[in-house]
Design a binder for this molecule. Structure first.
Ligand SMILES: Nc1ncnc2c1ncn2[C@@H]1O[C@H](COP(=O)(O)OP(=O)(O)OP(=O)(O)O)[C@@H](O)[C@H]1O
Length: 271
């Protein structure tokens, strides 16, 4: 009966969310308004893609979620396990460049976040090996980055992001520099990993085809300052596989996403 003594009710919808951005704007110190107002809710375990013209603020969204940058206004909320002490913890980040240490072998590259987090060496090595196995590189733990192809380096980068067992995986154009066949294989492997690990994935890409193939939702952004232009749910038979790429449903979704993206590009050309 006494409202003030009752603990604040948790918004039921928020318990299911991994990430929530509300009314978020971001203006950098040089005056560039990169984002907003921008609203996005991502459910736990969801795979979404952010798609939009160059400079529309996609990477800015990822950096805000990872707490590498603070919003100028609005709120960014990220679900965390209880007891997760540090900002950014619980999040794995994969960039377009694999950024591996050339002087260290693959296992040591993957172990780095654990080493920085003070995890004992033997445990760190075992966890690095398990992460490498999950991306199909069990036999390459002792290799050095220079011995690996571009696709393999990206797998190492993915293993390094997974080694801390994050709840949320942020991926910033991870496959953009790879040839198409390698990219397709990594797409399939990423989907298989997502199915088995059920992490929340927020994936930035410039490719309509890649976004439709991978995601449960494609969020199309306007030109800068980035806002939501369209939020398109991709519903298809799961698990997806190569047949989806050549299906009529896939072509239809690609057309819809391209049509949603077109105004963002014409807007950009007037900037
Ligand atoms: N640290 C920064 N200081 C100033 N301006 C920045 C900074 N980071 C990004 N910007 C600017 O903010 C805008 C959005 O950048 P952001 O990298 O988020 O876009 P993006 O959509 O990821 O771009 P791209 O697709 O080309 O990678 C751009 O105009 C960019 O130049």
């Amino acid at each position: 009966m006494v409202a003030s003594s009752t603990p604040p009710a948790v918004e039921p919808s928020l318990t299911a969310l991994a990430v929530s951005l509300r009314g978020v704007t971001k203006t950098y110190d040089n005056g560039v308004m990169a984002l907003g107002p921008f609203d996005l809710a991502v459910r736990k375990g969801e795979f979404i893609s952010l798609l939009g013209p160059s400079g529309c603020g996609k990477s800015t969204v990822l950096r805000l979620i990872a707490e590498l940058s603070a919003p100028s206004s609005g709120t960014v909320r990220v679900a965390r396990h209880e007891g997760v002490p540090q900002p950014g913890h619980g999040i794995g980040f994969v960039f377009q460049e694999p950024t591996l240490m050339p002087w260290a072998n693959v296992r040591e590259n993957v172990r780095l976040p654990l080493k920085l987090g003070g995890v004992p060496k033997a445990e760190g090595r075992a966890r690095a090996d398990a992460a490498l196995a999950s991306v199909g590189l069990a036999d390459f733990a002792d290799a050095f980055p220079r011995e690996l192809s571009g696709g393999m380096k990206m797998r190492v980068s993915l293993a390094r992001a997974l080694v801390t067992d994050p709840d949320i995986l942020l991926m910033d154009e991870p496959f953009a520099a790879l040839d198409e066949i390698t990219r397709f294989r990594l797409n399939n492997d990423l989907l298989a990993l997502w199915r088995s690990l059920r992490k929340t994935v927020i994936f930035v890409t410039h490719s309509v085809f890649e976004s439709v193939y991978l995601s449960q939702r494609v969020v199309v952004m306007t030109a800068r300052p980035g806002r939501i232009q369209a939020d398109i749910r991709i519903e298809t038979v799961e698990p997806r596989a190569e047949e989806f790429r050549t299906s009529a449903a896939y072509s239809d979704y690609c057309r819809r996403v391209s049509a949603a993206l077109a105004p963002s590009y014409s807007e950009q050309s007037t900037l």
